[in-house]
Design a protein around this ligand. Structure first.
Ligand code: UD1
Ligand code: CA
Length: 450
């Protein structure tokens, strides 16, 4: 395939989102919409990406960094006007340009490849990606001539009843022959209901100038759903979520109940791992093979090896790395910690900013006291140590190899390898104390009666 360029339109305010954040930065399936769009273009083989920014542009420019070139659209005068801002960046390029809105994140990279491929094969000046919807709602309608060729795209607001009845709509994604696009853009006018420069008008102009326009129809219209409101954000989120589940299941992961499972796009899971219901796996999480995760587990930006058993009710937070065969049980939180092979943290613990070796048993209710009110400190527990239940490990502190911590200890000093660390008040039993108290109460009561 010839190299092509990508232009993403991301300057719109997204009024219906009712948000301070630019629409393209809203997250869907754990990633901002603009990231989905950029990743898809790159995966499909885009040589360069130009992002048109405007509303909330500073935030967007910072977010995209050096992954794409940003061009500014200072006033949001429509999708055609937005595309015009990319003209200087496109000048001199003779290949294909994919123009897409930043608010269609469910689009697959394979679809972009197909669009570019068919565009080239058909020798078109422009190829529109369309979809057929049962409810075409407010999408632009694709008008075809008697030969079935695309003749124009008419925006819903400008469409007659007759045209509104058309169910084939514009996804807003196009592939243009760059010189054809550059030639038509300056001719756009804003003579329509919204007083905007519509990119869609370029299609009719090309047809009028005798240039060939093609169309690729989506097999799965869910790919073309645009996000203009919070409701659509959730709908498209679900499309992406179920697609991710399907991909994982096809790769050999058991998801017991996809409807109650949330797995972000960037999560990787190995074969024969079982994900129980009500499990939320977020961000850049990597899970090995043969693990059992859930029910009711949340993992964010963490990694675990093979054969781990996590849950129910565990919270694994960013920066955590669990080796193979680690057990993290109920009501356990692990944050920014490394945990070695075969170590068990079965119940009711907080392990934060800690480095645990292998073969350790952490008793129920153990807490790493990692924060002194100003700074975080690390706790180090070496291989084979045994931490008695309900211990507090006041960081910075180290528990040596195979050391024992007596139940209920508050450990403030390092415990050498092989030692028993015990740090709690010694128990006293006061013989006959209950009877003595009873008697003294009776004496007091009879005094008050008198
Ligand atoms: C657009 C299409 C419509 C199509 C639909 C698919 C036009 C005129 N209409 O409508 O045919 O069915 O997408 O989702 O293109 N933008 C800018 N600057 C602007 C205006 C918009 O960058 O001045 C960007 C937006 O950020 C957005 C994209 O262009 O990413 C599309 O704009 P939007 O207002 O969402 O267009 P739709 O009404 O959805
Ligand atoms: Ca839109």
């Amino acid at each position: 395939m010839q190299p092509f360029l990508g232009v993403l339109l991301a300057a719109g305010q997204g009024k219906r989102m009712k948000s301070q954040i630019p629409k393209a930065l809203h997250q869907v399936a754990g990633e901002p919409m603009i990231d989905h769009a950029m990743n898809n273009l790159l995966k499909a083989g885009a040589a360069r990406i130009i992002v048109v920014v405007g509303h909330g542009g500073d935030q967007l420019v910072e977010h995209i960094g050096d992954r794409a070139e940003a061009v500014w659209q200072r006033e949001q005068l429509g999708s055609g006007h937005a595309t015009m801002q990319a003209i200087p960046a496109l000048e001199g390029f003779h290949g294909a340009v994919v123009v897409a809105p930043a608010d269609v994140p469910a689009l697959r990279s394979s679809t972009i490849e197909r669009l570019v491929h068919q565009h080239a094969a058909g020798g078109y000046a422009a190829t529109v990606l369309t979809m057929v919807l049962d409810d075409p709602a407010h999408y632009g309608r694709v008008v075809r001539n008697s030969h079935g060729d695309v003749a124009a795209i008419v925006e819903y607001r400008d469409a007659s009843e007759h045209i509104r009845a058309i169910r084939e709509v514009n996804t807003g994604v196009y592939c243009f022959n760059c010189p054809d696009l550059l030639k038509e853009l300056p001719g756009l006018t804003n003579d329509n209901d919204q007083g905007e420069y519509y990119l869609t008008d370029v299609i009719e102009m090309l047809v009028r100038h005798g240039r060939p326009v093609g169309a690729v129809v989506l097999d799965d219209p869910a790919e073309g759903l645009g996000i203009n409101s919070r409701e659509e954000l959730a709908q498209v989120g679900q499309v992406l979520r179920f697609r991710k589940h399907r991909d994982l299941m096809q790769d050999g992961v058991t998801i017991v109940d996809p409807a109650t499972t949330y797995i972000d796009m960037g999560v990787e899971i190995g074969r024969d791992t079982v994900i129980e219901p009500f499990t939320v796996l977020c961000g850049r999480t990597v899970i090995g093979r043969g693990c059992h995760v859930g029910p009711y587990v949340c993992v964010r930006d963490a990694a675990m090896g093979d054969g781990c058993v996590i849950g129910p009710f565990s919270y694994i937070r960013p920066g955590t790395r669990l080796a193979d065969k680690v057990k993290v049980g109920d009501f356990v939180e692990v944050k920014n910690s490394t945990v070695g092979q075969g170590t068990k943290i079965p119940h009711l613990s907080y392990v934060g900013d800690a480095d645990l070796g292998s073969g350790i048993n952490v008793g129920a209710g153990t807490i790493t006291c990692n924060y002194d009110g100003e700074r975080k400190h690390r706790t180090i527990i070496e291989d084979g140590a045994f931490i008695g239940a309900n211990s507090n490990l006041v960081a910075p502190v180290r528990v040596g190899r195979e050391a024992y911590i007596a139940t209920g200890s508050t450990i403030t000093d390092h415990v050498p390898a092989g030692a028993l660390g015990i740090a709690r008040a010694r128990q006293q039993n006061k013989e006959g104390w209950v009877e003595r108290r009873k008697q003294s109460r009776q004496t007091q009561a009879s005094r008050e009666d008198n």
